[in-house]
Design a binder for this molecule. Structure first.
Ligand code: NAD
Length: 261
């Protein structure tokens, strides 16, 4: 196979959780452009449907579906719908995230549990369900969207001169660090059936943050800038496609060199 053909997702079916958000939007765009029949799923179907309609107008096969990751039944219903409609799922991108319990370390245990339910327990459940279907097909790629915050500690200096992050919480770092560990674990379970599991750990996305933060953060990266609306596309297609058939259990930072500095 010509190497460029190995990046094609023609004939493949992909699911992105949370496909209308900052990073989700470009993940959907990338998968659809590479030829995958792409489903995106989260709680606000209206927002997702706007993304799906934009992609369909570009000639892509994109469908919005409902998903509440805090509900077992909702995850099961999504899996059933996709298998009924498409017969398979070749690529699962675990991108959705809840940012509850982000403000402060001092929380009721229930607050932490609510965050862990979406960002950890639901990750286990959805990966097990779709992973089982992929195993039956003897192929598939699961991509977990982590964060550079799962790799390094909190850099308080990034927030100097702003009122951001006045009261940091450990939960996001814990969950994203755990995601890298879960990636390795799931890769070791699913690999025997040809199913690969990898993690992409992005850096901070430029979203109009206060200028001091943008400067502080950008200076911490090796490329001197925050991430933009296309930076993740190539890495997603690489890990989703046959171009990375011998890569599993890894964590690929897409962070402008933040964690290498
Ligand atoms: N934005 C950044 O700077 C940044 C940096 C590093 C890593 N990341 C990671 O990238 C991924 C996407 O982040 P983002 O900034 O685009 O997020 P976002 O907040 O823009 O979007 C998150 C998505 O998750 C969905 N979601 C939240 N709770 C849900 C639930 N219970 N059920 C179903 N869907 C739910 C939301 O509807 C939304 O579509 C996340 O995993 C995040 O940790 C983001």
């Amino acid at each position: 196979m010509h190497v460029l053909e190995s990046f094609s997702l023609k004939g493949k079916v992909a699911l992105v959780t949370g496909g209308a958000g900052l990073y989700g939007r470009q993940i959907v765009e990338a998968l659809a452009e590479a030829g995958a029949r792409t489903f995106l799923a989260a709680r606000s179907v209206d927002k997702l449907e706007a993304v799906a309609a934009e992609e369909r107008a570009r000639g892509h096969d994109v469908t919005a579906l409902h998903l509440d990751l805090s509900s077992d039944a909702s995850i099961e219903a999504l899996h059933k719908t996709i298998i009924e409609r498409a017969g398979r799922c070749d690529v699962l991108v675990n991108n959705a995230v809840t940012r509850s319990a982000l403000d402060g370390w001092k929380h009721e245990l229930d607050d932490f549990d609510a965050s862990l339910r979406v960002n950890a327990s639901a990750l286990f459940k959805i990966t097990e369900l779709f992973g089982t279907t992929m195993r039956a097909n003897k192929a598939g790629s699961v991509i977990n969207i982590g964060s550079m915050m799962g790799v390094v500690g909190l850099e308080l200096g990034n927030y100097v001169g702003t009122d951001m992050m006045p009261n940091p919480s450990p939960i996001y770092h814990y969950e994203k660090g755990g995601m890298i560990s879960f990636t390795r674990w799931a890769a070791s379970i699913l690999g025997v059936d040809g199913v690969r599991v990898n993690c992409l750990s992005p850096g901070g996305f430029f979203n109009g943050q206060p200028a001091p933060f943008v400067k502080n953060y950008s200076d911490r990266t090796q490329l001197g800038r925050m991430a933009n609306s296309t930076d993740m596309k190539g890495a997603i297609i690489f890990l989703a496609s046959d171009a990375s058939l011998y890569i599993t259990g890894t964590n690929l930072p897409v962070d402008g060199g933040y964690t290498a500095k």
